[in-house]
Design a protein around this ligand. Structure first.
Ligand code: COA
Length: 329
């Protein structure tokens, strides 16, 4: 009998600190009206100086394990998608595995920008369906406010911090991981980049003076690519799944810009109530945005059984991806 992978628990954590559009008006030349109409964002969460990505991840994972009814010894692996790990090494996943007493399970970080959570689900599906694992934690987490240039009004208004986690099991019931699509195009990578601090431009006084350790982004170029990539990923994932647009109940898209989410929803011919939106509260939380929204949608009853849910994302790399989830038993 073929094996399936199911999401059997979800959890998320955002920091307490709230940064509103009115707060940003005091930092850069912008207005609440511009941010709201161009992005849909009203406020975002910001970590304090003492809080890093692993602190949010640990809480999100604890919640997902509790939701799944898992004890530490049930977990066979943990993978964390992030571009803002606590350190270049050791990995955030290893730090959290230690903090939560998960023992010596495999633990690693991987990077696919804001698409990371979907990349993580594809990995978990492969591990479980191949029989390599039965229970794995997949996390998407980022603290982009740590690498934000607070003088750049075109980017600093977008980002917030958060973490989302899911427990994925070979045993349902739960959200079955179905058809998927993932891709990348590194030729476009320069349009969304943190140029300094890596092996190409190691941290130096010069890289700091040039603010190269922050996000550098060509927003309108990314916007156009995102609309196309998210639409194509959804369609290819649906095709692989053998599901038609008319059978989709809900879209949970990466929360980058309300106008990008609307364009994806239009391509899927969805009604407004079939699109999960929380960007107004959190902004763009990068790898965390989909698992955070998924957790909220599970807990507030938006997702019920039976339900077919489409996940869609794009991000740095550039990367993109889509996955279909079925709550069907
Ligand atoms: N407040 C006020 N005005 C602003 C502004 C701000 N925060 N940011 C930019 N502007 C101005 C620009 O300077 C420009 O002015 P000009 O016409 O006088 O030159 C004008 O608004 C329009 O700028 P533009 O960049 O064309 O706006 P836009 O509609 O493309 O919106 C983004 C900008 C960044 C919101 C949008 O491009 C976007 O969301 N892109 C995707 C970014 C993203 O998701 N990145 C992460 C990927 S995971």
């Amino acid at each position: 009998m073929s094996r399936n992978a199911y999401i059997v628990g979800t959890g998320h954590k955002v920091p307490d600190g709230v940064l509103t559009n009115a707060d940003l008006e005091k930092i850069v030349d912008t207005t609440d009206e511009w941010i709201t109409t161009r992005t849909g964002i009203k406020e975002r969460r910001k970590t304090d100086d003492d809080t890093a990505t692993s602190d949010l991840v640990a809480v999100a994972v604890e919640k997902a394990m509790k939701d799944a009814g898992w004890k530490p010894e049930d977990v066979q692996g943990i993978i964390v998608g992030t571009v803002t790990p606590d350190y270049c090494f050791p990995s955030t996943a290893a730090l959290v595995a230690d903090r939560l007493g998960l023992g010596t399970v495999p633990a690693y970080d991987f990077e696919a920008g804001c698409t990371a959570f979907i990349y993580g689900l594809v990995q978990a599906k492969a591990f479980i369906e191949s029989g390599m694992m039965d229970r794995i934690i997949v996390v998407g987490a980022d603290c982009l406010t740590k690498i934000t240039n607070w003088n750049d009004r075109t980017s600093c208004i977008l980002f917030g911090d958060g973490a989302g986690a899911v427990a994925v099991s070979s045993e349902g019931p739960g959200g079955r991981l179905g058809g998927w699509h993932w891709g990348s195009d590194g030729s476009l990578g320069k349009h969304l980049i943190q140029p300094g601090g890596g092996a190409r431009r190691p941290a130096s006084h010069e890289t700091v003076d040039l603010i190269e350790h922050t996000i550098h982004m060509d927003g309108s170029r990314i916007f156009k690519h995102a609309v196309r990539a998210m639409r194509d990923s959804c369609m290819k994932a649906l095709e692989k799944d053998g599901t038609e647009k008319k059978d989709v109940d809900l879209l949970i898209s990466h929360q980058a810009n309300l106008r990008i989410i609307d364009a994806t929803a239009r391509a899927l011919e969805l009604k407004p109530e079939q699109v999960y939106i929380n960007i107004q509260k959190y902004g763009n939380t990068s790898a965390a945005s989909i698992p955070m929204a998924l957790d909220e949608a599970m807990r507030d009853g938006t997702i019920s059984t039976p339900n077919t849910v489409v996940l869609a994302a794009f991000g740095a790399g550039l990367t993109w991806g889509g996955m279909i989830l079925h709550w069907d038993e």
